[in-house]
Ligand binder design. Structure first.
Ligand SMILES: [Zn+2]
Length: 457
């Protein structure tokens, strides 16, 4: 293509964007590096036996601030963290409410679930029992990160300018159901086109452009554990690589990643930076294809609702079970989790009893003609597939949002048990598996929230 033709084509595209109705949206973005300076413990894997050794990639908190024509604000905060707690998201939202009167429901905090990120106070508390000094360092980091989330959101609000929002989607296929395929048999199954189990290859993309058509920000989601890597270096994993690629390809634009319903989904293959970069490139390529697709212009107003669904645990562990876990003779990583879990349970029992219900957050957003659902916890992919089946394939279904308190199995996965259905409750420091019936409760809340948004002005 000649330069003249390229310039002419670009002008046409810019003109089209400029001429299009922005729908009165304003948008601003900002980011803050959150890579710890000191060698903190990492979280996600029980087998790690010492703190991080260094930084292979910067970890980020990023914020996208949106405002509709009527002045309703929405804040998306994404973080290169394994999980966020209710304490963090409430603290951040309370501060944004105080400064800007933004309702709690209009603040969405999502963790990318990278396992090469720092331990967070109150998250995966049964993974290992930290020393008092480590515990204090983790608590201080957690507080600092929540302050950085507020500061980043504040900067994004300050940077707001007229913007056009476009929603589109494409596909990436490195996600694999990890309950239904072993890594050993995966290559043969992939070659035969016979990977088993539910998976969601969708890559939903929200493009934010300024009045000249220049890309300001791109928010992307994918439902896949951010676990290509397991070394002792800070790293955003495949999501971090995808965002780095996108920011290099679109100079001046900020790329954000929100984790989807990835509870039972792993990337394949795993185990090296090369694979993380390869998956990152695949995801960035999908985003770039989505960016040149016509897409749907997001028009209309913003509305949000955040509800707590009371979920029950199946049973209270007996005092005998709690004592037995303290005296666990399992191999090192399992023993360390048993002991940490036992300590948590004993402390809860001593302080007013072990709580057998949990307030599970379900958030729903209407961004004009676009609907988002943001679930708490490590929701399995079955939720995304079911909700999109019932409410329309253009629905965005995020998980790992606002509070990552445990895995959230579907009814089928709960019944099967295994890691996502049962045993992960030990590292999460929860009393037992969830009681049956959680899927219907969660889906019912999503349905009712989405209907409520449809009539909201
Ligand atoms: Zn996980």
């Amino acid at each position: 293509m000649t330069t003249a033709l390229r310039v002419w084509l670009f002008s046409l595209i810019a003109l089209r964007a400029f001429g299009a109705d922005s729908g009165g949206w304003q948008a601003g973005v900002a980011r803050t590096a959150i890579t710890p300076a000191a060698p903190l413990w990492m979280t996600g894997y029980a087998v790690r036996d010492h703190p991080a050794e260094g930084r292979a990639q910067e970890l980020w908190v990023k914020a996208l601030a949106l405002q509709d024509a009527a002045g309703h604000r929405a804040i998306v905060i994404t973080a290169d963290l394994c999980g966020v707690t209710r304490a963090i998201s409430e603290r951040v939202a309370a501060e944004l409410r105080r400064k800007y009167s933004i309702p709690r429901s209009a603040v969405l905090v999502n963790a990318s679930h990278t396992h090469c990120s720092p331990s967070i106070d109150g998250y995966l508390s049964g993974l290992r029992d930290y020393s008092d000094a480590d515990r204090a360092a983790i608590a201080a980091y957690t507080l600092k990160v929540s302050d950085q989330m507020v500061a980043t959101a504040t900067a994004a609000i300050a940077a707001a300018q007229p913007a056009q929002l476009t929603a589109s989607r494409d596909r990436a296929t490195f996600a694999m159901n990890r309950r239904n395929n072993s890594e050993k048999e995966a290559p043969a199954r992939i070659a035969a086109g016979k990977l088993a189990g539910p998976v969601d290859y969708d890559v939903p993309v929200l493009a934010v452009r300024d009045h000249t058509g220049k890309l300001l920000a791109v928010l992307v989601s994918y439902a896949c554990h951010n676990t290509t890597l397991s070394f002792y270096q800070w790293h955003g994993d495949y999501a971090g690589c995808a965002l780095q690629d996108l920011e290099e390809r679109h100079a001046g634009a900020l790329a954000l990643f929100a984790q989807g319903c990835a509870g039972n989904i792993n990337p394949f293959p795993r185990g090296s930076t090369t694979f993380a970069e390869q998956h990152g490139r695949d995801l960035a390529d999908a985003v770039d294809r989505a960016l040149v697709a016509p897409g749907d212009t997001v028009s209309g107003s913003f509305a949000s609702v955040l509800s707590d669904v009371p979920l029950e645990f199946a049973q209270r562990p007996s005092d005998e079970e709690i004592r037995a876990a303290a005296a666990s003779t399992k191999p090192a990583a399992s023993r360390q989790m048993d002991q940490a879990w036992s300590k948590i349970m004993a402390a809860e029992a001593a302080q007013g009893g072990i709580a057998l219900t949990y307030s599970y957050p379900v958030q729903a957003w209407r961004l004009g003609n676009l609907t988002w659902v943001a679930l708490g916890g490590e929701a399995v992919v079955d939720y995304a597939l079911r909700l999109k089946g019932e409410l329309g394939k253009n629905l965005w279904v995020l998980a790992y949002s606002n509070d990552v308190m445990a895995y959230i199995p579907s009814e089928a996965v709960l019944k099967e048990g295994g890691y996502e259905g049962k045993t992960s409750m030990i590292p999460y420091g929860r009393p037992s598996a969830w009681a049956p019936g959680l899927e219907e409760k969660i889906v019912a809340q999503v349905r009712s929230s989405v209907s409520e948004l449809a009539v909201r002005r």
